[in-house]
Design a protein around this ligand. Sequence first.
Ligand code: DC
Length: 226
Amino acid sequence: MKPNIAIDGPAGAGKSTVARKLAEKLGFLYIDTGAMYRALTYCALKKGIDINNPDELTELAENVEIFLTADEDGQMRVYCCGEDVTSYLRDPKVSQCVSKVAEVPGVRRRMVELQRKMASAGGVIMDGRDIGTYVLPDAQLKFFITADLEERARRRLKDLEKQGYIADLEEVKKEIAMRDAKDSSRAVAPLKKAEDAVLIDTTNLTVDEVLQLIFKISRERIKDDV
Ligand code: DC
């Protein structure tokens, strides 16, 4: 069985770019767990569900089908309740509400169940906040990717602009700082580096430099499988 790789870290640290490219290189399946929480949040907002009501959110989580797939260009598409919700995942309203949805224990229970099922056959690179500590504590390789707040906000702003959203650096910084605080302080599976995760600070590194580093470590650590 191929190993699993866990990649955690705060918002905007570059986890998904690195995870996607590493998955391409190794021929692994990439699973963006943040996209799953975002899809559920979008679905809750669309259905007019009160995001301050944990019972309604839990019921929704237990009854929706969320799945991730790749289109012909290898781009990840996320489906929720049969609808392709990919283009709504970074909507500022979704970003504002997602931490609130992700702190509900019933929501996390269901998402973690789906995530573990997807990783059960191995060969998965999963990124999120609690992958190395909680979802896949036995993952053969774990990374914790971070960068300072200013740099993470700049990167997120660029991404948003690429997707056609008009945003302001200070606003993005505030939103990321708020999510960091919420994600790190919640009672269930908070954002935390696993003790056995390799810490990588990407503040002063290019995407290629980060990739080279991670690829080298992956090769060394799981040499028989990649
Ligand atoms: O990685 P992202 O910014 O797309 O994640 C969106 C939110 O989802 C993030 O603020 C916290 C939550 N999340 C989580 O609680 N656990 C995960 N494994 C992944 C994301």
